[in-house]
Design a protein. Structure first.
Length: 580
């Protein structure tokens, strides 16, 4: 019977770790060990009993020894009611365990005894999830059970939280109806009061548990709209009273170190929150509109970015091609696609794959979304003149082997990147084009000479993200002739041809989708493609040459994922353009 988490015990004992952490002395440890030899029992309990360490210190060392998180009640701000419902209260008390969060089909459970295999197996059986464990004190567990069981039904939605701000709503409506005359001190007092703080915290915590990548707080003429972007699609969540608009926006501004008095100009800020053992960075942007300030928060969970190049979604043969080019000593690899198509994740995955102690990798980004150990990352700052081109110019003086430029936006940056590739560096960057062949046209339209494109560009990858079918409610069906025709598939429905879809369940919130994967097309700069460029071929001519060389288009890559039961035809049609 396999344990749900492969523990790698430290070679140091619990007592040795506490001594190393300077919780107590070696002499005190010897006394505790002597008592254990005489009376028996667990060393941790004896250390606490003798007053050498607190319960929290002992649990922290035990968590360090087991390489699992140590949770306290103060760190667990919010648990999704749907997660709580997975484990009945009676079982939680009996197993001394409480479900905390779900990610990637894995349920994290805070337990008093993470070695209780029987309890873990019971939890796995009743929830149908893989189980990861965290350690918590008995008193801490009791506090969480009392806090979240019994109130989960009462506070099961954001609508219920709004009941707590009804009085605040009336006060704000009276005081701030005229946004031109606002008492800033009074506003600051209101947004620091419990109802508004609770509402904003709930909005953010709920977004994290719903796997949202963005939170949109949008002023309408008569209402306020709050939407989450989940798996690339915006979903309406709640519409608080219009009078709460300024208070919610101001609370977020205070958290982001913005100026709450400035409502006429856009502002940017950021802050970090900790929910349980999850740490999330929030990048905040405000934009003045005719109905008030629109606020968008991008959620970036530290440690949650998957940098496994094998899981990016490359099709058959594409991964081998991509790996071969990112392993070359020089050249330029460009990722293309719209905002939110996964370009940054692919670039970070490539850099993580090829980094080593023998290479010097430097990036210039705007912003630096995730920090990667062993890579030197530079944050571009237009206000002080640190542009991509300027940053790249200085990076070249740092003896780099591999360079990553966040985006090629202008001719100066393009020329610097090309010059770097031609002088023996491997360069990664991104462009905004519709397909891989469009990368060539875009560079030429920027003013780059065709012969320089041929000499420097090694690989162009166009990428899109499509939602994956929820594995918990997946079902098969036979596609109709009309559906196949819309996909451009020249085949009649057959008995063995089945597509799949999600019928909707509580785990995917009724959408039928859970998570996303990539589809891509890869253009290799082989001799026939270079000849077409130098001969002045248009985009269709270059595209035809690429197809003759075996390039798989975005639509074809998406259709293969439909046949494999990974995504749906609707997702492929949404993410790709029709091919002639």
């Amino acid at each position: 019977m396999a344990h749900p988490k492969s523990y790698t015990l430290s070679y140091k004992s619990l007592g040795a770790l506490l001594v190393e952490n300077k919780v107590f002395s070696q002499e005190q440890l010897d006394k505790a060990l002597d008592r254990q030899r005489k009376k028996g029992g667990l060393l941790g309990d004896i250390i606490i009993e003798m007053g050498f360490a607190s319960e929290g210190q002992v649990l922290g060392a035990l968590a360090q020894q087991l390489s699992i998180p140590h949770l306290t009640p103060d760190e667990v701000v919010f648990i999704d009611p749907e997660v709580i419902k997975l484990v009945p209260e009676r079982m939680a008390r009996q197993s001394m365990a409480i479900p905390v969060s779900i990610r990637d089909n894995t349920l994290t459970v805070a337990m008093v005894d993470p070695f209780d295999i029987i309890a873990i197996d019971d939890l796995r059986t009743i929830t149908n999830y893989k189980i990861n464990t965290a350690i918590i004190s008995k008193s801490g567990l009791e506090a969480l059970i009392n806090r979240f069981y019994g109130v989960s039904d009462r506070e099961s939605s954001l609508e219920d939280v709004l009941k707590d701000v009804s009085e605040t709503h009336l006060e704000l409506k009276k005081e701030f109806d005229d946004e031109r005359e606002v008492n800033l001190e009074r506003l600051r007092e209101q947004v620091e009061e419990a109802p508004i703080v609770k509402l904003v915290d709930y909005i953010i915590s709920n977004a994290i548990n719903e796997r949202a990548s963005d939170i949109h707080i949008e002023p309408q003429e008569t209402r306020l709209s709050i939407r989450y972007r989940i798996d690339g699609v915006l979903h309406d969540i709640i519409s608080p009273a219009k009078a709460l608009q300024m208070a919610i926006g101001s609370r977020i501004k205070i958290m982001s170190n913005m100026d709450i008095a400035e409502r006429r100009l856009p502002q940017d800020g950021r802050f970090t929150i900790k929910q349980g053992f999850r740490e999330v960075d929030l990048r905040v942007s405000t934009l003045p509109t005719i109905f008030g300030e629109k606020v968008v928060m991008r959620l970036l969970e530290k440690g949650a970015l998957s940098l496994d190049i094998d899981s990016l979604g490359f099709g058959d043969g594409q991964l081998e091609i991509f790996r071969s080019y990112i392993s070359k000593p020089h050249g330029m690899v460009l990722l293309t696609g719209p905002t939110g198509s996964g370009k940054t994740t692919t670039l970070y995955s490539a850099l993580t794959e090829i980094k080593s102690s023998q290479t010097n990798i430097v990036t210039v980004e705007d912003p630096v979304e995730y920090q990667i150990k062993g890579i030197y990352q530079v944050q571009a700052n237009l206000k002080i003149g640190l542009t991509f081109a300027n940053g790249l110019r200085h990076i070249l003086r740092q003896d780099p082997d591999i360079i990553m430029v966040g985006e090629i936006r202008d001719l100066e940056t393009a020329e610097m990147a090309i010059r770097s590739a031609l002088t023996g560096h491997l360069v990664f960057s991104t462009l905004h084009t519709n397909d891989a062949v469009g990368t060539i046209v875009r560079l030429i339209n920027m003013g780059v000479e065709p012969y320089l494109v041929c000499s420097s560009l090694s690989l162009a990858v166009a990428q899109r993200l499509v939602r994956k079918i929820c594995p918990h409610c997946k079902e098969s069906y036979k596609p109709t002739k009309e559906m196949l025709r819309s996909l451009g598939v020249n085949e009649k429905p057959q008995k063995d041809l089945l597509f799949h879809q999600g019928k909707g369940c509580h785990r995917c919130k009724g959408t039928g989708y859970y998570g996303r994967t990539g589809i891509c097309e890869i253009l290799e700069m082989k001799a026939p493609v270079r000849n077409a460029i130098l001969n002045g071929a248009d985009i269709e001519g270059m595209r035809q040459v690429a197809l003759e060389l075996g390039m798989t288009t975005l639509r074809e890559g998406g259709l293969q994922k439909v046949r494999d039961g990974i995504t749906t035809p609707e997702e492929v049609l949404r993410a790709t353009i029709e091919e002639d």
